[in-house]
Design a protein around this ligand. Structure first.
Ligand SMILES: *[C@@H]1O[C@H](CO)[C@@H](O)[C@H](O)[C@H]1NC(C)=O
Ligand SMILES: *[C@@H]1O[C@H](CO)[C@@H](O)[C@H](O)[C@H]1NC(C)=O
Length: 406
């Protein structure tokens, strides 16, 4: 008896000290972050840019639904799979697909952790994003509707996520272009946490090496709302769309200047991709349309239509949108010329369909070949991979092609 107690005490001490080190690292980052000091955290090389082979590859991870690790059981797997299945399978899938696809960037589209299955959001986040942090691949995340159901608010979650190794996530949009304090206030007044924009620059050595030629928009689609006494899902608010229109206009203005300056070079157009969690109501219209992938469950969106689709259409630069939330839907469908794609459920603790493998989406942007060097983005394609033995690739399609769009 004595011996047993001694051992478990020793074990407990070990676990506690490991957790203490983990937390201390992050906590000191947070504290220092508030004081605007530089910290030693592993940061990716910036800016994001296309590779010298003219490609930029994004891995979309939707709905990891991470709990605490080994003790968090899998949902909706076959009976034969249940006994040896936990969050660690989600970790394994993430490691494998990063190794296999070697993405340049990873986009996590919410419900990264399943709040109700963890008593410590920080620990859950560290475990969930662990493979991304270890890989050194730059990554960014938005929140879903379940991330905040544990020990951190949505604002705290985003601050924490933005300080993790190799993370490019931001709690607030950048004030880079804003000079006055009023602008900063305005940016803080935008609804939600995790509205931001990341720019991807041209290939090294090309004439667009110092220009942003692909933009990635991240939006917080919220969690829940009560509309006239009725509970519904969150949605993207007008303040967010207003900010988005401004950013988009800014980029398109810059491109005009660039086109003007370069005269003879082919017209520069920087397409954008958007990432958020909760689908927009128009996705329902795709039920009877030609889609690529599976439409297997009702679209769980808000009862409010805030005009996200109209905004994207009027902006003109958004060519494809990537969402999560409905784990059993993994299709892409086209609305008014813009592709809307689900990631398909990635995590084993999230609901799904037994016998229907967990999956991930890959997005590949390809540059055009100019006479002397790479030009701007010419094509954007996507495909998915299953978490099976061979990480089977399927449903490959083109989302946008500069030549065809002219
Ligand atoms: C989960 O991981 C274990 C251990 O690596 C493996 O044996 C099992 O087949 C995996 N289960 C599923 C459903 O992928
Ligand atoms: C990009 O910026 C770097 C560093 O300022 C400079 O050396 C290079 O010539 C620039 N390239 C182009 C194509 O403008």
């Amino acid at each position: 008896m004595e011996l047993g107690t001694g051992h478990s005490l020793l074990y407990l001490t070990l676990i506690l000290s490991v957790l203490f080190i983990f937390h201390n690292q992050i906590a000191s980052n947070l504290l220092v972050g508030h004081h605007k000091l530089r910290v030693k955290r592993s940061s990716p090389d910036l800016p994001l840019r296309f590779r010298s082979d003219g490609t930029f590859k994004i891995l979309q991870v939707a709905d990891m639904h991470y709990g605490t690790g080994l003790v968090t059981r899998c949902r909706d797997v076959l009976d034969s799979e249940f006994d040896f299945c936990s969050d660690l399978n989600t970790t394994r899938f993430l490691k494998r697909i990063i190794q296999h696809e070697k993405p340049d960037f990873i986009a996590f589209t919410g419900d990264n952790i399943f709040g109700t299955s963890t008593g410590d959001a920080a620990e859950s986040l560290i475990r969930a994003f662990g493979p991304a942090m270890e890989s050194g691949v730059p990554w960014a995340a938005v929140l879903g509707n379940h991330d905040q159901e544990s020990t951190m608010t949505r604002e705290e979650l985003m601050s924490f996520i933005s300080l993790m190794d190799y993370s490019l996530s931001q709690t607030y949009p950048s004030t880079e272009d804003a000079s006055s304090e009023a602008r900063e206030h305005m940016i803080r007044d935008i609804d939600g946490f995790g509205n931001y924009n990341l720019r991807v620059y041209g290939a090294p050595g090309s004439h667009l090496a110092n220009s942003s030629i692909l933009n990635l928009y991240f939006l917080d689609s919220g969690d829940r709302e009560v509309i006239q006494g009725v509970r519904t899902y969150g949605y993207i608010k007008e303040s967010q769309l207003h900010w988005l229109r401004g950013v988009s206009k800014g980029f398109q203005g810059k491109n005009q200047v660039l086109n003007h300056l370069e005269g003879s070079s082919p017209e520069m157009f920087a397409p954008s991709l958007a990432f958020f969690h909760i689908p927009i109501p128009e996705i329902r219209l795709l039920y009877n349309k030609k889609i690529i992938g599976q439409f297997q469950e009702a679209v769980a969106c808000s009862s409010i239509n805030s005009g996200v689709l109209q905004t994207f259409v009027s902006m003109g630069d958004v060519k494809a949108v990537f969402m999560g939330h409905d784990h059993s839907n993994d299709f892409c469908g086209n609305l008014d010329g813009i592709w809307f794609c689900y990631g398909g459920g990635f995590g084993y603790h999230g609901y799904g369909r037994a016998g229907w493998s967990r999956r991930a989406r890959i997005i590949l942007a390809e540059l055009g070949k100019g006479e002397y060097s790479w030009t701007g983005v010419e094509r954007i394609r996507t495909w998915k991979r299953l978490d099976d033995e061979k990480l089977s690739k399927f449903d490959e399609q083109i989302l946008w092609d500069l030549q065809q769009s002219r």
